[in-house]
Design a protein around this ligand. Structure first.
Ligand code: HAS
Length: 577
């Protein structure tokens, strides 16, 4: 499909900006493994502090990259299937909101005024521009939903009896989840955090802030995941040389995500004493519910791959694995997607461990957690994002992929890196190694009385994995920017790989309409969250004043928004009355 220059430019910018920032995100990922393994015993490097780097790493990789990509891919998907471009004014408006928000948050982080990590838990305080910037980025990213929903309604009017294309359906589901879950974080930021960060309110209710954050925070992970699921269902089977086993399975999985993605956030708060046991158990059970659509996906995609392998002449029970196009540079997306799926087996299994109340006690806040989420967000999500960014840019611009044989090996290298890295973290986590800690300053400094030798092999393993991942990422930058700076060789078009469907089930209205699912979603949300919010408001504990990461003494309430950026000499610290 031919698209206008304005629409092309929009997609280029929405892919180019986050990939450019990703260079900073990847650098700080490597630095994490270096600090943690005790190779250096320093609190900062190149004037960037440990927590500042960790914040940049988390915010750029997990929020900026994912949100920009989801919007760019959403625009491409909707335009491709509806054969119409979305309204340009709205689309560019959303782009500018996201970009201005990103610049504001980036300034606060780079200036060292927002080293609060991507979860920005109070009582750690950031500069108000950090909160405002992330809020703008998020609002900008859901603006396109209203545009797409209008296009969907118009399309439906003309095609009442045709199944909505699966990719469109999952895109709309994803952005609906995103819109609903971000309302809570908007409330947290605008009502609780900004007035407190400015100094208008002396304290904040930490439990309420965390509960609002996790209302958003777990749905956020499915907002990251669903673009990859669209690729698994609608592209991967065809790229493998086969067909999608069942289109209905994809629809069922999509709607299950709609109802289960949000009401599970309390599983991040199993250790929060203010929330009562019954709510934790209920949301724990719902968390098992949110794993079901991924199990459906595992079986459906495995069956689709088996069909592809058999069509390519495989024999035996598992022979089909040997017949798939792993290293075909012309089908490089296959490599990115299959590697992501492979990692997700382990990412999913560790997720199920996390969601079991008792086991969670063992791994909560340990290195196990980053072990888990690097096999999810840095697995299927990241690989789908970078693979599709290269694909979309090259096809829309009409350029040839730079170094195609290198491009196809990047995902395998990344996968090997992640497997080593996450094994080190998961193993360390089981030995009590904490997350979000600059271990080199104490626990991994042999001269320090806290030195913990059990964590030497685990952190060195994570370092080895981190180095391999960084090399893979550098190769990705070479391929992406090499393609960007090469000459156009043909007319650029918007075309997405489309898999045929093996069992193209008849249209079942229940799985092609939003209303009943939205009602069920609202009911489950109310059951899961009204009691949680009541608990968080009823048992708030003492309100928390403002703290900065470099100082154990609270910032006085009468100091302004920028308060806390100056270092206070330890001799001036008074501990208690
Ligand atoms: Fe999670 C914490 C539970 C999925 C990300 N998670 C996190 C955090 C992040 C994150 C970032 O219950 C840390 C937040 C923080 O900073 O504190 N998670 C789950 C569960 C799932 C899950 C049950 N997580 C994800 C996904 C993420 C993500 C997806 C990002 C994209 N997670 C938790 C819990 C915590 C948590 C607790 C809090 C813990 C705590 O104490 O703080 C499920 O959705 C997982 C279901 C997945 C499966 C896998 C299906 C397998 C498939 C692949 C098939 C492969 C094939 C190919 C067919 C059941 C689909 C084969 C090919 C070959 C070549 C072999």
């Amino acid at each position: 499909m031919n698209i206008s220059t304005s629409f092309k430019k929009l997609i280029y910018w929405e892919l180019g900006i986050p990939v450019t920032l990703l260079t900073i995100g990847i650098y700080h990922g490597l630095m994490q493994t270096i600090y943690r393994s005790g190779v250096i015993h320093a609190s900062n490097m190149a004037h960037l502090d440990y927590y500042q780097g960790l914040t940049l790493h988390g915010v750029i990789n997990a929020i900026v990259l994912t949100s920009f990509f989801a919007v760019a891919f959403g625009h491409a998907t909707i335009a491709f299937y509806f054969k119409r471009e979305p309204d340009k004014l709205v689309a560019w408006g959303s782009f500018w909101l996201m970009t201005i928000g990103t610049v504001m948050a980036a300034w606060a982080m780079l200036a060292g005024k927002a080293s609060v990590l991507y979860t920005f838990y109070p009582p750690l305080k950031a500069h108000p521009l950090f909160y405002l910037g992330t809020a703008l980025l998020i609002v900008g990213s859901w603006v396109p939903l209203f545009n797409w929903a209008r296009m969907y309604v118009l399309w439906k009017r003309e095609h009442a009896d045709t199944k909505t294309p699966l990719a469109v359906l999952i895109t709309l589901i994803n952005f609906t989840i995103w819109f609903v879950c971000t309302l809570a974080v908007a409330y947290e930021v605008l009502v609780l955090l900004i007035p407190w960060a400015i100094g208008w309110k002396a304290t904040v209710n930490v439990t309420l802030a965390r509960t609002l954050f996790w209302f958003f925070g777990h749905a956020l992970v499915y907002f990251w995941l669903l673009p990859a699921y669209i690729m698994f269902y609608t592209m991967l089977p065809g790229l493998a040389g086969g067909k999608l086993f069942s289109d209905l399975a994809g629809r069922v999985a999509g709607f299950l995500f709609l109802i289960f993605s949000i009401p599970v956030g309390v599983h991040h708060q199993f250790s929060d004493p203010s929330i009562t046991k019954g709510i934790k158990m209920f949301q724990g059970l719902l968390t098992f519910g949110v794993a079901i659509p991924s199990f459906i996906t595992a079986f459906t995609i495995a069956a689709s791959l088996e069909y592809a392998g058999r069509k390519r002449g495989s024999k035996g029970l598992l022979g089909f694995f040997a017949r798939l196009p792993y290293l075909d540079p012309d089908k490089f997306l296959f490599a990115y997607l299959i590697c992501g799926l492979f990692l997700f087996i382990f990412g999913g299994l560790t997720g199920i461990v996390n969601s079991s109340g008792q086991l969670n006690n063992v791994i909560h806040n340990t290195a196990w957690l980053p072990g888990h989420f690097h096999m999810t967000i840095a697995g299927p999500v990241f690989l789908a994002i970078i693979g599709m960014s290269t694909y979309l840019y090259a096809t829309i611009s009409g350029k040839r992929i730079f170094l195609p044989n290198v491009n196809v090996i990047i995902p395998y290298m990344w996968t090997i890196g992640i497997l080593i890295f996450s094994t080190g973290l998961s193993w360390g986590g089981l030995l009590g190694e904490p997350r979000r800690t600059n271990l080199g300053l104490t626990y991994l400094d042999p001269k320090n009385e806290l030195f913990t030798p059990e964590w030497v092999p685990t952190t060195l393993m994570a370092l080895a994995g981190g180095i391999i991942m960084t090399i893979a990422a550098i190769l990705f930058f070479i391929v992406f920017f090499g393609t960007l700076f090469s000459k156009r060789t043909k007319e650029g078009v918007l075309v997405l790989p489309v898999s045929e469907i093996l069992h193209d089930e008849r249209r079942i209205p229940l799985f092609d309409t939003f209303k009943p699912w939205l009602v069920v979603m609202a009911v489950i949300l109310a059951l899961a969250y009204i009691p949680a919010f009541i608990d968080a408001s009823k048992n708030p504990g003492p309100g928390a004043p403002r703290f900065t990461p470099d100082n154990p003494v609270a910032v006085p309430a009468n100091e302004g928004a920028a308060a806390g950026s100056k270092q206070i000499h330890p001799a001036s610290i008074t501990l208690g009355p």
